[in-house]
Design a protein around this ligand. Structure first.
Ligand SMILES: Cc1ncc(COP(=O)(O)O)c(C=O)c1O
Length: 373
C-alpha cells in the first residue's frame, strides 16, 4: 500500500503519490523469441505490409532537419488531416500516439475520486492514465466479449467524467454500430466526455459502422481519436490525432507537451495520408484473410470472436495441454509471436494480427498441430 499523502513529506525518500505504485505498467506485444533471429511478429496489431514507400521517403527527407524543433502545432499535418476527412482544422489536436491523447484527456477531466468507464476488456492505456490522476476505473460487463451500451450506462454516476470506447475494440475486435454509439451518447449526461477510439476504424467496412466524426461535429461532449500506427503502418513514429468540439480540444492544447510530434513523424504521416493505394492494399489484405482465419481456426474447433479489426481473438479451452498460454508458447517455439491477453480479463484467449498469406496459412497449420499433440 502507498503511504497517505500527509506522510510523504516525512518519508525517508521521495514517495510517488497514492495509487501510482498500484498501477500495473502497460505490457506490449512481445517482439523477441530467444534463439530466433527473425520471428514473425503478429503480437501488436501492426501493419504486416510495413509502411507506405511515400512515407518512408518523407521520413528520409527529414534527416537534414533533425537539429530544428518541429512546428509545435503540427499545422501542415493537421491541415492534411482536415482536408482528408473534411474537418475543421482548429478542432484537431495531435498526440505522441493516440495514447498520449488518452493520458491528456484524463489529466484534463479527472480529479482524485472521479471515475472513467470502459468495457471490462477495454484497452489498458485508458485505465493507466486515469489511475495516474487518482481516478477510479469502472469496468462495464461485456457479454459475448462485446461492449454493451446498457452495461456502460449502468456504471456511470455523478463522479464519471469520461467514457472510453474503442470501436472496433482491442483485444476482442468486436464493434458497435453507429446506431448503438448514438444511443450511448444519448444516454450519457452532457457533462461526461465520450471518447471514441478509432485506432482500428478503417478495418471495419460494415455499412452500419460509423467512426463518430459526425457525432463529434455536433455534440459538445464527443471526441474521436485516430492513429497512424495501424492502417498507415507508422507505429514507431508515434502519431495520433483527435477531433472534437472546441470545448474539449482547447484544454487539451493547453497542457499538450509543446513539441509532441517530431518533424519526421509529421512529414511521414502527411505522405502516408496521401498514399491511398497503400491504405487500400492494407484494408484489402485484412478483408481477405480475417474471414479466412476465422473460418479455418473455427474449423479446428476453437471459437474465434467475430472481428472487425486487423486481428482475431481465439478462445481456447481451459484443458491442460490446450490452453491459450500453451498455444502462445507453442507458436513462439515455431517463430510466431502472438499475444495472450490474460491481462485484459481474457485468460483463455490469444490475439493474432492478420498476417500475409504465408503467415496466416502457417498459423492455422501450427494451431492444428498444437491441438493434435
Ligand atoms: C484500441 C487502441 N487504441 C489506441 C492504441 C494506441 O495507438 P497509438 O499507437 O496511436 O498510441 C492501440 C494500440 O494498440 C489500441 O489497440
Amino acid at each position: 500500500m502507498t503511504a497517505p499523502t500527509t506522510d510523504r513529506f516525512a518519508a525517508p525518500r521521495p514517495m510517488p503519490k497514492p495509487g501510482i505504485l498500484d498501477i500495473a505498467a502497460y505490457v506490449g506485444g512481445k517482439s523477441k523469441i530467444e534463439g530466433v533471429a527473425h520471428p514473425v511478429k503478429l503480437s501488436s496489431n501492426e501493419n504486416i505490409l510495413g509502411s507506405s514507400d511515400k512515407a518512408k521517403a518523407a521520413y528520409r527527407d527529414a534527416v537534414d532537419r533533425m537539429h530544428i524543433y518541429p512546428d509545435g502545432k503540427g499545422s501542415a499535418l493537421r491541415a492534411a488531416i482536415a482536408a482528408h476527412y473534411r474537418l475543421e482544422v482548429e478542432r484537431i489536436t495531435l498526440g505522441d500516439g493516440s495514447d498520449e491523447i488518452f493520458a491528456l484527456l484524463n489529466q484534463v477531466y479527472l480529479e482524485p475520486g472521479d471515475n472513467i468507464v470502459q468495457g471490462e476488456h477495454g484497452f489498458a492505456a485508458y485505465a493507466i492514465g486515469a489511475r495516474a490522476c487518482q481516478g477510479e476505473v469502472r469496468f462495464a460487463k461485456e457479454p459475448g466479449q462485446r461492449v454493451a451500451v446498457d452495461e456502460i450506462v449502468k456504471c456511470v454516476d455523478e463522479r464519471t467524467r469520461l467514457v472510453f470506447i474503442a470501436n472496433p475494440a482491442n483485444p476482442t475486435g468486436t464493434w458497435l454500430t453507429g446506431e448503438e454509439i448514438r444511443a450511448l451518447h444519448a444516454a450519457l449526461p452532457p457533462s461526461v466526455v465520450l471518447v471514441l477510439d478509432g485506432a482500428y476504424a478503417e478495418f471495419c467496412t460494415d455499412p452500419r459502422f460509423e467512426d463518430g466524426l459526425d457525432l463529434a461535429r455536433t455534440a459538445e461532449n464527443v471526441i474521436v481519436t485516430h492513429t497512424f500506427s495501424k492502417l498507415h503502418g507508422l507505429a514507431a513514429l508515434r502519431v495520433g490525432w483527435a477531433y472534437g468540439p472546441a470545448g474539449i480540444i482547447e484544454p487539451l492544447e493547453r497542457i499538450r507537451p509543446p513539441f509532441n510530434t517530431s518533424i519526421p513523424a509529421q512529414d511521414a504521416a502527411i505522405a502516408a495520408l496521401a498514399d491511398t493505394e497503400f491504405q487500400q492494399r492494407s484494408v484489402a489484405l485484412v478483408e481477405q484473410w480475417r474471414p479466412w482465419l476465422t473460418q479455418q481456426i473455427g474449423g479446428l474447433g476453437l471459437e474465434v470472436t467475430p472481428s472487425a479489426a486487423n486481428f482475431v481473438l481465439i478462445n481456447f479451452p481451459a484443458t491442460p495441454g490446450k490452453t491459450a498460454l500453451e498455444a502462445e508458447a507453442f507458436l513462439a517455439s515455431k517463430g510466431y509471436l502472438v499475444r495472450a491477453v490474460g491481462n485484459y480479463g481474457l485468460p483463455n484467449a490469444i490475439r493474432i494480427t492478420v498476417g500475409l498469406e504465408k503467415h496466416n496459412r502457417t498459423v492455422v497449420e501450427l494451431l492444428r498441430e498444437f491441438l493434435a499433440r
